[in-house]
Design a protein around this ligand. Structure first.
Ligand code: CS2
Length: 493
């Protein structure tokens, strides 16, 4: 098997697609914070296409790892060993996989190794956009739209001369740029949250105001925060996947990624320091991203949460497998048709029913074997983004609450850490508080409705909802999740 780096790139097996542009001429114009699998399967792919166009060589990607942990430190070593190259396997449901090497990331920094150097690098005027995938919970903005400067992690970081958080690093880089006359960069959120640009703006300005009011005002006046809708299903990559992908590609890649063949990016055209020719490589630009993101979050991501939470409890682990379960599929179909769609406004040219049909087709893609535990992870941050507005709309319109109550009950039960068969699984819930844990475990089942994930949903204020929730949650315990789901879907509309 061939190792992957600049030297071996021209000699890879003939079926592997490789960058046609000269990477030695590419310099970073975008810094990306938190280079996870999703970024490497999504934005980095669009940038790979951009770099293939004339005059775009100044738009390479500088990847920045932010979290201080062994996994991230290892990733930095792997990126360095491979000259930031990696293979991406794109899996269509009904065609052979396509393997391509992505070359758009040309530099990588592990911020915890030298935060001051990272700030200095971000202050380089060549960097004109800083994009990020820091997860749904990574913005800290609460249900009232407030950035909590007294949150222990934020308060601690605000005191540091050289901060650790994304807010601190970027603000300090902007301070330098203001002083040097380098000007602002665009801050581009690529996370799954409604109005992600506005949320990012609230978070960064909230931080900056607490640190330096004058700088905050400069940021407010000069930095733009476009909203974006990002979409590509990208499973987690476990050691077994690395072995399988490498055997298939014939490349000894330490950091391969795989994903579905579908890709979409809708972006608000609001870049304060220029942007690459993304419109020429399939990115949709619009004045209003909101209808796109609402459809995506409330249909795709919400369906994922439904499947993830109920599926894990029922003993499933893979999305394409759960799609063979008629009740699970019916749950998603009913949720989309009766709960989510009536509250959505389709963007021009998009038919919601067709979008929903296409989603189910994407979920059935066996080639990506996406993990339900990946989807269920961090539900504490995801449910407010994916389910809350549908839940509140359904309750406000006095429509049947069974499916909403079911997913709420499943979340609380999922936090117990074992499925209906008693099989334990790892709960990855970085934003679950100690108080949440107490409420999830409370014998008074209604206490779970006060967990932080449900802040502002007003679930407890609705006796009809509470009653359905209590009976479903008790039924999950007494009869199991599958049997409970059967009763939920039998009600239909
Ligand atoms: C998933 C998303 O993590 C999740 O809950 O719903 O990662 C989903 O796969 C992507 O948003 C698809 O674009």
């Amino acid at each position: 098997m061939t190792v992957l780096n600049n030297t071996t790139l021209p000699h890879l097996p003939g079926n592997i697609l490789v960058p046609a542009y000269d990477r030695s001429k590419v310099t970073p114009g975008i810094a990306h914070i938190s280079v996870g699998n999703f970024h490497r399967a999504h934005q980095a792919v669009y940038m790979d296409r951009v770099l293939d166009r004339p005059g775009q060589a100044g738009w390479g990607l500088l990847g920045i790892g932010l979290m201080e942990n062994p996994h991230e430190a290892e990733k930095a070593k792997d990126m360095a060993a491979q000259d930031c190259l990696y293979s991406l396997t794109e899996c269509a449901p009904d065609a052979p996989n396509v393997v391509r090497v992505i070359g758009s990331i040309t530099e990588y920094m592990y911020a915890p190794a030298d935060r001051a150097a990272t700030i200095a690098r971000l202050a380089d005027p060549a960097i004109r956009i800083v994009s990020m995938t820091v997860t749904e919970g990574g913005y800290y903005v609460d249900e009232n739209g407030v950035f909590p400067v007294d949150h222990p992690l934020i308060a601690e970081d605000l005191k540091r001369a050289v901060p650790h958080t994304v807010f601190g690093l970027l603000t300090e880089a902007l301070r330098r740029r203001r002083e040097s006359g380098a000007g602002p960069f665009t801050i581009l959120s690529c996370d799954n949250l409604p109005q992600n640009g506005h949320v990012a703006r609230t978070a960064f300005l909230g931080w900056a105001r607490a640190r330096d009011a004058g700088l905050a005002q400069w940021i407010e006046e000069n930095v733009t925060f476009p909203c974006t809708m990002v979409d590509r299903i990208t499973p987690a990559v476990h050691p077994d996947d690395i072995r399988r992908l490498d055997a298939e590609s014939g490349i000894d890649d330490r950091i391969p990624v795989f994903c579905e063949d579908f890709i979409q990016w809708v972006v608000e055209d609001k870049f304060c320091a220029g942007r690459p020719e993304l419109d020429a490589v399939g990115v949709q630009f619009t004045d209003n991203v909101q209808p796109y993101e609402e459809v995506k979050l409330h249909m795709l991501n919400a369906s994922h949460s439904l499947l993830g939470l109920s599926g894990v409890l029922s003993g499933y682990r893979v999305v394409s497998e759960i799609m063979e379960d008629l009740h699970e599929v019916t749950l998603v179909e009913q949720y989309l048709a009766f709960d989510a769609e009536p509250l959505l406004h389709a963007p021009p040219g998009m038919a919601l029913t067709e979008y929903g049909r296409r989603l189910l087709h994407r979920f059935r893609n066996r080639a990506i074997s996406d993990q339900l535990l990946r989807i269920a992870s961090d539900s504490t941050s995801k449910l407010p983004m994916f389910i809350k507005s549908t839940a509140m709309g359904v309750i406000a319109h006095r429509r049947p609450v069974d499916r909403i109550a079911f997913v709420v009950a499943c979340y609380a039960e999922y936090l117990r850490g074992h499925d209906d068969k008693g099989q334990a699984y790892a709960i990855v819930e970085p934003h679950l508080t100690d108080d949440d844990r107490v409420k999830a475990a409370s014998p008074r089942l209604e206490d779970a409705l006060d967990m932080s994930a449900f802040a502002g949903w007003e679930l407890g204020d609705n006796p009809g909802f509470v009653q359905v929730y209590l009976s479903l949650r008790q039924s999950i315990r007494d009869n199991g999740t599958r049997a409970t789901l059967a009763t939920v879907v039998s009600k239909g509309k």
